[in-house]
Design a protein around this ligand. Structure first.
Ligand SMILES: *Cc1c(COP(=O)(O)O)cnc(C)c1O
Length: 471
C-alpha cells in the first residue's frame, strides 16, 4: 500500500450534480485562491494559432493550460522584475553587485541567490541555509553526486527508478563510469510488478533490503514524471538510511506541487528545476538542498580535507568575506551555499525571484489543498458514467490522493492518441502527450480552475465518443 506511512487519503465525495457546468463554476466561486490566476499570463487560442504576440489579459478567448508539469505559465511579475533588474544594470554597472536600486523588489546581485533560496526553502521544507539557487537540474545532480556518491569496495550500487527521466539516468550512469565502475552492474532499477505502473512502497523497501550490503546510494524522483506517482519520501528515506544508504531526491515534479519536508525527513540531498510547477521560465535556474549536517564547516579541524565535505568547488561556494581576496584558500559558505560553483546569472535569478514572489503570497499547504480538490474533481468526471471495461483509457496515476500530485496520466487505448490530441488542440487545450498512448493532464492550483477541468473532460469524452460530462 502506498500513501504517507501506508495510510490512504480519504477521497472527496461529489454530489450527483457535480457533472454540471454550474457546479464547476460554484467550486471556482468558493475557491479562496481564485485571484492568484490573475497574476499569470494565459495564452489565448488566437495567439496559439497565429503565432503572433500575446496581448496578455485582453483576450476573452483563453486557452486551457494543463501543462504546468512541463513548463509553468509566465507570472506577470516576471516583466516587472526584469525591468527593475535591467534598470539596475543600466544605472549602476558593476556597482550592482553590492547595491540595489531603491524600490527594486530585488536585492543586490551578491545577495540575490540567497533571496531566491529563502523562498525556495519554505517550499521544500528546509532551513534557508540548506538551500541554494544555482545551475540547472542535471548539472546540479552531477555536482551533488560528486559529493554524495562515494562507492567503496563493497557498497557501490545506486538504486533508482526503472524509468527515470533520461537525464537522471544518464547522470547516474556516467557517475558510476566516472569512478571506473561498470554502470550496468551498479545501476539497480526499481520497477513495478509486471503489467503495473504504480511502484508500491513495500517493493522499494524490498529492494533496499536486498541491496543493503552492496548499495551506496538511492536516488528517486519525489514524483515520477510519467505516471505522476508521489513516493513516500519520509518512509523510504528513513528505511534506506537505517541500512547505510545515502538518500537523494529529484524534486523536478514535486517542487511547487506537493508539501515537502526535506529537513524533517532527514533527506541527505535533493535537486529540482523551477520551470515546471515553479513557473520561473524555460531553462530557469534550479535549486539544491543539502542537509545541515553535510554543510558544516569545521575550522578547528587541522587537515584541510577534514574541514568540510568534499565537493566540486568554485569561487561562489567560497565565503563572501574571502571571495574577493583571490588567495586560493577555499573556505566554503556553511550549508548548501558552499556547493555553489559560479557567479550565477542575475537574469535567471530575476525570473526565479519573480516566480517565487507569487508563491510567497500563499503557502504550499494552501495550494496543495486546492490541488487535491482539482485533481479529485478531474478524476471524478473522467471516471463517471463509464466502467473499467467501457472506458477508452486507464488512469495510470495512483488513485490514492496521497500518492500523487496535480497530474493524472491517461493511458489511451492504442491508436487514439492522434485524434485525441487533435481534438484537444482544436479546443485550445494544452496538455502533454507521450507517445505512444499517454496524455498527461496537470491542473495547477495557482492558475487553473474547476471550470477548465469540466471543459477538458467534456472535450476529451467527445473525442472518445463517451458523450459529454453532463447534458
Ligand atoms: C524536467 C526534468 C529534468 C530536466 O533537467 P534539466 O537539467 O533541467 O534539463 C531532469 N530530471 C527530471 C526528473 C525532470 O523531471
Amino acid at each position: 500500500m502506498n500513501g504517507v506511512n501506508g495510510v490512504k487519503a480519504p477521497k472527496p465525495v461529489f454530489p450527483a450534480e457535480a457533472a454540471s457546468k454550474e457546479y464547476a463554476a460554484s467550486l471556482d466561486a468558493a475557491d479562496p485562491l481564485r485571484e492568484l490566476r490573475d497574476q499569470f499570463i494565459i495564452p489565448s487560442k488566437a495567439n496559439l494559432e497565429t503565432k503572433k504576440l500575446a496581448k496578455p489579459g485582453l483576450s476573452e478567448d483563453l486557452s486551457i493550460y494543463f501543462c504546468g508539469n512541463s513548463l509553468g505559465l509566465q507570472p506577470k511579475a516576471v516583466a516587472k522584475y526584469m525591468e527593475a533588474q535591467l534598470d539596475t544594470w543600466a544605472s549602476m554597472g558593476v556597482r550592482g553587485h553590492f547595491n540595489a536600486l531603491e524600490d527594486s523588489p530585488l536585492k543586490e546581485w551578491q545577495l540575490l541567490s540567497e533571496q531566491a533560496a529563502a523562498s525556495m526553502a519554505k517550499m521544500v521544507g528546509a532551513a534557508p541555509e540548506e538551500v541554494a539557487a544555482m545551475g540547472t537540474l542535471t548539472m546540479n545532480l552531477h555536482c551533488l553526486l560528486a559529493s554524495f556518491y562515494k562507492p567503496s569496495e563493497t557498497k557501490r550500487k545506486i538504486l533508482m527508478d526503472w524509468k527515470a527521466f533520461p537525464s537522471d539516468h544518464y547522470a547516474i550512469e556516467s557517475h558510476i563510469a566516472w569512478h571506473g565502475l561498470c554502470s550496468k552492474e551498479n545501476m539497480v532499477l526499481i520497477g513495478p510488478d509486471e503489467g503495473e505502473y504504480e511502484i508500491s512502497t513495500e517493493k522499494i523497501l524490498g529492494y533496499i533490503d536486498k541491496h543493503a550490503s552492496d548499495a551506496a546510494l538511492i536516488l528517486l524522483p519525489g514524483i515520477q514524471y510519467y505516471t505522476g506517482q508521489l513516493f513516500d519520501m519520509p518512509r523510504i528515506t528513513k528505511y534506506a538510511q537505517e541500512r547505510g544508504l545515502t538518500v537523494g531526491w529529484d524534486l523536478a515534479h514535486a517542487y511547487g506541487n506537493v508539501e515537502l519536508k526535506m529537513h524533517e525527513w532527514n533527506v541527505d540531498f535533493a535537486a529540482w528545476c523551477t520551470y515546471k510547477y515553479g513557473n520561473a521560465g524555460p531553462g530557469a535556474m534550479g535549486g539544491i538542498y543539502v542537509h545541515e549536517k553535510h554543510g558544516k564547516v569545521d575550522d578547528s579541524a587541522g587537515d584541510d580535507a577534514l574541514k568540510f565535505r568534499h565537493r566540486l568547488t568554485g569561487w561562489y561556494g567560497g565565503d563572501r568575506s574571502v571571495r574577493f581576496k583571490m588567495d586560493n584558500k577555499f573556505k566554503p559558505i556553511p550549508g548548501a551555499g558552499g556547493f555553489q560553483v559560479s557567479n550565477p546569472s542575475v537574469i535567471d535569478l530575476t525570473t526565479l525571484c519573480a516566480s517565487l514572489s507569487v508563491f510567497d503570497q500563499t503557502s504550499i499547504p494552501a495550494l496543495r489543498q486546492k490541488s487535491l480538490s482539482l485533481t479529485a474533481y478531474l478524476e471524478h468526471l473522467l471516471l463517471k458514467d463509464t466502467t473499467d471495461k467501457t472506458r477508452q483509457f486507464t488512469i495510470i496515476t495512483p488513485s490514492d490522493p496521497h500518492a500523487r500530485g496535480a497530474q493524472l496520466s491517461l493511458l489511451l487505448k492504442p491508436g487514439l492518441l492522434h485524434t485525441v490530441s487533435q481534438r484537444l488542440q482544436d479546443a485550445g487545450i494544452i496538455c502533454d502527450k507521450r507517445e505512444p498512448d499517454v496524455v498527461r493532464v496537470a491542473p495547477v492550483p495557482l492558475y487553473n480552475t474547476f471550470s477548465e477541468v469540466w471543459k477538458f473532460v467534456e472535450v476529451l469524452k467527445g473525442a472518445l465518443g463517451e458523450g459529454a460530462a453532463s447534458s
